[in-house]
Design a protein around this ligand. Structure first.
Ligand SMILES: CSC[C@@H](O)[C@@H](O)C(=O)COP(=O)(O)O
Length: 343
């Protein structure tokens, strides 16, 4: 499954908002289209939107003409627009910063316009390639905590559809399954946009991994009566203190896991760790209609009902057993263990 590609100067993406009904690819070389695809969540998941933004910047530069200064301005305009798409996922800003840093180093090297274009495209493709390699490494590292017989609860979608390929938390689950471990997965539907029901169940079914879908309000029941042994899920932004922003509902799941004595693991590449020293996380608020309807298809409340629609919540470090990264597993105290991974 290749959700994102760069072909003939265009970004090609799998429209994940159409899954599981249709496997439809879209393409564009225009960074405004790429930004809208991120905003409307045709492409979503922290690592995937970082890669998408890098490819969007590369497409903008590749298709522009002029001297290096002109190309540099195009790159900065694209970067600025793409950085205004979704505020919470750190990988987006990490990838954009990396593209900007590459551009700055090419400017100081006095390269030709052709070389500038070539090296910018190369950098975006490197970010994409590295994401898959990192996911595979996290799979190897993280699968060590999974035992035969585990019943793993996961939330949202953290698979190939949320990354450049293979997945973070779902990559760990997938690796354990490929190693022949006998596991079962419980996936939450993940209201309001149903990433669990639509995307995670689609990926698990394709792989033949035994799985069951539950609604979000069945988590406590599943822990009490269905023998959940581990929670494994992803992250959109991790502070060095160990606070983890992830899909709305994660915080509640972590409290339930603590009460039931279930291990709670977060899986994320180190590009999800916020290096700015911030101690607050901006939580994206999305349109009320996402809550008032089911996927804009059916109204489920009174007209113009006031709603709350935060896309993410923050789980505090004391509820987290471990954070699995490509550099190893961070255990509490996270402010020491995570810091080592980003030094
Ligand atoms: C590997 S994806 C990790 C997170 O990005 C994922 O758990 C999540 O919360 C995605 O949110 P989304 O709003 O679908 O972009």
């Amino acid at each position: 499954m290749v959700p994102l590609k760069f072909e003939n100067g265009k970004v090609v993406w799998l429209n994940t908002s159409a899954i599981p009904w249709k496997e439809e690819y879209k393409e564009s070389s225009n960074y405004e289209d790429i930004a809208r695809a991120i905003e409307t969540m045709e492409v979503r998941g922290a690592p995937a939107i970082g890669v998408m933004a890098a490819l969007g910047i590369a497409a903008a530069v590749y298709n522009s003409q002029g001297d290096v200064q002109t190309l540099y301005q195009v790159l900065n305009r694209a970067a600025e627009r793409l950085s205004r798409t979704r505020p919470t996922a750190y990988n987006l800003f990490w990838a954009i910063d990396r593209m900007r840093a590459k551009a700055n180093s090419l400017i100081s090297d006095n390269v030709s316009p052709e070389e500038f274009k070539e090296r910018i495209v190369e950098e975006a493709l490197r970010i994409q390639r590295e994401d898959i390699e990192i996911n595979r490494r996290m799979g190897e590292i993280g699968s060590q905590v999974i035992k035969d017989g585990d019943v793993i609860l996961t939330h949202c979608n953290t698979g190939s559809l949320a990354t450049a390929g293979f997945g973070t938390a779902l990559g760990v689950i997938r690796t354990a399954w490929l190693q022949g471990k006998s596991i079962r997965v419980i996936a939450t539907e993940t209201r309001p946009l149903l990433q669990g029901a639509r995307l995670t169940m689609w990926e698990l079914t394709k792989d033949g991994i035994p799985s069951k879908l539950i609604t979000d309000n069945m988590v406590a029941y599943a822990m009490r009566y269905e023998g959940v042994t581990k929670v494994i899920l992803g992250a959109d932004r991790i502070l060095v203190s160990g606070h983890v922003a992830n899909k709305i509902g994660t915080y509640g799941i972590s409290i339930l896991a603590k009460y039931h004595g279930v291990d709670f693991y977060v899986v994320a590449p180190t590009s999800t760790i916020d290096r700015t020293g911030a101690n607050e996380i901006v939580i994206e608020r999305r349109k009320p209609d996402e809550v008032r309807t089911v996927l804009n298809m059916v109204d489920i409340t009174v007209k113009d009902a006031e709603v709350l629609n935060p896309a993410f919540d923050v789980t505090p470090p004391e509820l987290i057993t471990g954070i699995i990264t490509e550099k190893g597993i961070a255990y509490p105290p996270f402010k020491d263990s995570l810091k080592k991974f980003i030094e």
